[in-house]
Ligand binder design. Structure first.
Ligand code: FO1
Length: 325
């Protein structure tokens, strides 16, 4: 039976844009599994930046310039915090603050992150399902030439300046895939799995590091398609290619395919990379992957779905070059 649901694996800003495009085409038939490796405790609050970016983006509440936080934000809390000598390196807008305070309250009451996110998504009028990758704490630690750094210290506090030597996902070994994430893969109705153009090392790897996640991907029996976060050897936003250079990885689509070795069946690259797409060891599609406008997001989402459908049509069951680890 051919499925009709699509599952997207997603980090923050870049990934959320494609998730938004997919949500406009699929509505409730989209499930977004979101990285929580960036989560941290700050000012006594539990902050889930990627989950919130996906929530705000799909609810049309996000700030279009920054990509994170809410549109029409005010910063009275931050300036008042500065006046009393508080920590201001991580910006929490007045509107955004409400979500952190309410999430923290509910977590302390014993609710799971999944339950909280599901409720907020409903209140925001989002029809897609948004699921944190796990309800257990996984914390990305960036091993740098300045020592180990919690993700937000590295990313926001130090603006990704220290050279990355390795990346660890603290707590991943004992984390569990949530029952809701497991069920979403196991319903037997998955048409495609999309790896959004998020940073493979910082945003997608934490999702894949949750024990059992790779098996769920494989067993869903649907084509797995990644959208490359690299265009013409550079990332649109964020430190992807800087990190690749520091890890001595060539900033090329071939490296991304290699990184997702045995996981993906197809890769979408930008049109300007069409020439090297032919040499990649998976099925490829070259199209416009830069998402500047709402139309760009929907067009790319449509291309992703068409590509996945063609992969299904061309061979069933979906062929895999190698087994999953
Ligand atoms: N990114 C920044 O560059 N500076 C910030 O001060 C900042 C605050 C912030 C607050 C809430 C939130 O949900 C996200 C925030 N981000 C900020 C974005 C976030 O740190 C990163 O974009 C992601 O973690 C990487 O995907």
């Amino acid at each position: 039976m051919r499925g009709k649901r699509v599952i997207a694996l997603c980090g923050g800003i870049g990934g959320a844009k494609l998730a938004r495009g997919l949500s406009e085409l699929l509505g409730p038939n989209l499930t977004v599994v979101v990285n929580t490796g960036d989560d941290f405790e700050h000012l006594g609050l539990t902050i889930s930046p990627d989950v919130d970016t996906v929530l705000y983006t799909l609810a049309d509440l996000s700030d279009p310039e920054r990509g994170w936080g809410r549109a029409n934000e005010t910063w009275n809390f931050m300036s008042s915090l500065a006046e009393v000598g508080g920590e201001t390196w991580f910006q929490l807008g007045d509107r955004d603050l409400a979500l952190h305070i309410e999430r923290t309250r509910r977590l302390r009451d014993g609710q799971s992150l999944t339950r909280i996110v599901t409720d907020i998504a409903r209140r925001f009028g989002i029809s897609a399902r948004i699921l944190p990758m796990s309800d257990d704490a996984v914390r990305t630690i960036v091993m740098t030439d300045e020592g180990p750094l919690p993700f937000q210290r590295y990313f926001v506090g130090l603006r990704c300046a220290p050279a990355v030597r390795a990346i660890r996902f603290e707590g991943a070994n004992s984390a569990r895939v949530s029952p809701e994430v497991s069920a979403s893969f196991e319903q037997g109705d998955v048409e495609a799995i999309v790896v959004c153009p998020s940073n493979p090392y910082l945003s997608v790897d934490p999702i894949l590091a949750v024990p059992g996640m790779r098996q769920l991907l494989r067993r869903a029996g649907a084509p797995i398609v990644a959208v490359s976060p690299i265009i013409g050897g550079a990332a649109i936003k964020g430190p992807t290619t800087k990190i690749m250079a520091e890890l001595k990885i060539d900033a090329a689509n071939a490296s991304i395919v290699c990184h997702y070795d045995g996981i993906i069946d197809g890769m979408i690259v930008d049109r300007i990379d069409a020439a090297d797409a032919a040499a990649l060891p998976v099925a490829t599609l070259a199209t416009a992957t830069l998402m500047r406008t709402p139309e760009d997001r929907v067009n790319l989402a449509r291309d992703v779905l068409d590509f996945a459908r063609r992969l299904t049509a061309s061979s069933e069951p979906v062929p895999r070059q190698r087994g999953l680890g």
